[in-house]
Structure formats: structure tokens, C-alpha cells
Design a protein around this ligand. Structure first.
Ligand SMILES: [Zn+2]
Length: 323
């Protein structure tokens, strides 16, 4: 591999972006645009990891490791140089690939009556909402050919998880929702597992960049909960894609002063309420203002709206929410 090819790769994968995609968050800014944060390479208690975005270099005062984005990938994944280069190539290729896959799925949505009917049953009606969430449909064929025609090698399609080892489209008969660095697929047939993600992280909180500026934020478990709330005018809603938050999502919720309303499923087996209680305690410890929204028994926000609940009634639940 030539020096020029390596320099190109390093330019295309800025260290700070790569770190943030691996859940790293700066804790304070230094002079000349440099940042300090906890070191992802050793068990760090006070920030000792220095990043210089203008030079795309890092150095840790705790463990003494330092270098460029390739060195970071070597140390983080504990692989040799060439493997680290391969990982970075893969990472760089994934974003445009997912973007184009999502575009393909969106074109399919209105060609499939069953998919549109399912959306209606789950209360998703406004074209504006479908556009906002970029909802698509995976028919189970055609994606592979479409992406290869756009110049993506089969190898890359397999690595992303969009295509199976045998070469078939991985998502079939599913509604598809683009996430940060992933695609969520909701099955329309009862015989397949309902929820699927591509390999890798489910990403951060849904639409967080649009939500984080609100002083009050509603957190829900599922994207269909998100959808009906957004449609009812609650634009301060976000979603964890499940009732367990990953470290990245948890740090996002704690990244500023705000009140968080937990509107998890009031399911009869108690997993939603339990998860909400556990999360509420952790958020309180971090000084975040928390309220738990009490939905009627065995309801989630989606079924609440689908079965006739309206914005005024949900607002009343928010106002009645307690710690
Ligand atoms: Zn370190």
C-alpha cells in the first residue's frame, strides 16, 4: 500500500469522527482546538486522553499510547497494521452504503400495499412523518443488484450485513428505518423475528441532534412509539430502540441540564417499568431530572394513540408523571 493511499484514508477518516463513532466524548476543550477526555484504551478515571483534531493525532498521558487514526484502530481492536487499515476502509465505506440502501428501501415502500397498510395499523399516516423518519420497505430482493450497479463490491455488501453470506438480501418483508450507522428492520410476517439490526452498534438516541436542545425530552422504547408522538406534535421525543440504553445513549441523555420523561411500555411482564425504574435511579445519580410516565396497563405510547388517545390526553399523562 502506497503512502499516498494511506494519507488518503487518513483524510477520509478524521480521528475525531472515528472516536465519536466509538462512543468517545470530549470532556473539556484545551487551547488550539484540542480536546481532553477519558482514554478508551485503558481503564481511565480522570481524563488523560488528548486529541488534536487539526492534526488527527491522539496521546494518552495515562497509558502513553499515541499516534494517528490507524494506530488508534490497532490499539482499540488489538490488531496488526494491515488489519487496522482494512477496518478503517470498511468503516469509511459503510456510511454511503447504508445511505444508498435506505434510498432503495424508500423507493419500494409505496409499491407494497401490505407495508403501507401495516404503517396505518400502527398509526403512521402522515406523509410528512414517513419522510421525516425516512421509512422504507425491504421486499427481500433487488437490493444486492441495485447496490452492485452503483459500484459497491459484493464483499462490502456482505461485510455490512445487508447481504447474507450466500448472497441474498438480509432484510426481507420488513419495514426499514435508518439509524445512525445502522438500519432497523421490523418484520411484517409473524413467522420471522420482529426486530432486526445490522451487525454493529444500534447507534445513539434517535434523532438526538434535533431533540437535545429541548429542556424537556420524552424517551420511548420503540420507533413506532416515537412515530405516533412526533405525529401528535411532540417533537421533543427520542427513542432508545429497546429499554436498555447503550453507554453512548446514556451519556447523550446526561450531556446537559434537562428533564427526561420516561414513557416505556407498561407491559404486563413488568420489563418496561423495571427498566424505567432502574434508568431513573441512574439518571438521578447524575443530577438529571426524571419523571416516569404512567401509561394505562399493558399500553405503550403507540397503542395509546392507536386506540384513540390524543395529544391532550398524553399531555395530561406527562403533567401527572412522577419520579
Ligand atoms: Zn490511555
Amino acid at each position: 500500500m502506497s503512502c499516498q493511499a494511506l494519507d488518503e484514508l487518513k483524510q477520509q477518516v478524521p480521528l475525531l469522527n472515528y472516536l465519536q463513532a466509538h462512543d468517545w466524548q470530549p470532556t473539556r476543550q484545551l487551547s488550539r482546538g484540542r480536546w481532553m477526555g477519558l482514554c478508551p484504551l485503558h481503564c481511565d478515571r480522570k481524563p488523560s486522553f488528548l486529541v488534536d483534531p487539526s492534526k488527527s493525532l491522539f496521546y494518552c498521558y495515562g497509558c502513553g499510547r499515541g499516534g494517528d487514526v490507524i494506530r488508534f484502530a490497532e490499539d482499540y481492536y488489538q490488531v496488526k497494521f494491515l488489519q487496522a487499515v482494512a477496518l478503517l476502509h470498511q468503516w469509511r465505506g459503510l456510511a454511503p452504503l447504508l445511505h444508498e440502501a435506505a434510498g432503495f428501501y424508500r423507493m419500494q415502500l409505496h409499491r407494497n400495499g401490505e407495508a403501507v397498510t401495516y404503517l396505518h395499523q400502527r398509526g403512521v399516516r402522515s406523509p410528512e412523518l414517513i419522510e421525516h423518519m425516512r421509512i422504507g420497505y425491504a421486499p427481500g430482493g433487488g437490493l444486492r443488484g441495485w447496490l452492485m450497479q452503483l459500484g459497491h463490491p459484493l464483499q462490502a455488501l456482505r461485510q455490512s450485513g445487508l447481504v447474507t453470506a450466500l448472497g441474498y438480501d438480509a432484510y426481507r418483508h420488513r419495514l426499514v428505518f435508518p439509524l445512525e450507522g445502522n438500519l432497523y428492520g421490523r418484520s411484517l410476517s409473524a413467522s420471522a423475528p420482529p426486530h432486526r439490526f445490522l451487525p454493529g452498534s444500534k447507534g445513539g438516541l434517535y434523532a438526538w441532534e434535533q431533540v437535545r436542545r429541548y429542556p424537556e425530552v420524552i424517551l420511548v422504547e420503540g420507533l413506532f412509539d416515537y412515530a405516533v408522538l412526533w405525529q401528535a406534535g411532540f417533537y421533543n421525543v427520542t427513542c432508545a430502540m429497546g429499554n436498555h440504553l447503550n453507554a453512548h445513549q446514556y451519556r447523550q441523555l446526561c450531556d446537559g441540564w434537562r428533564t427526561v420523561y420516561l414513557a416505556f411500555d407498561a407491559d404486563t411482564n413488568g420489563s418496561g417499568p423495571q427498566a424505567a425504574q432502574w434508568l431513573a435511579r441512574r439518571l438521578l445519580d447524575r443530577g438529571v431530572n426524571v419523571r416516569r410516565v404512567a401509561l394505562p396497563d399493558s399500553h405503550d405510547p403507540n397503542s395509546f394513540f392507536v386506540q384513540g388517545g390524543d395529544a391532550r390526553q398524553f399531555q395530561a399523562l406527562l403533567e401527572a408523571a412522577q419520579l
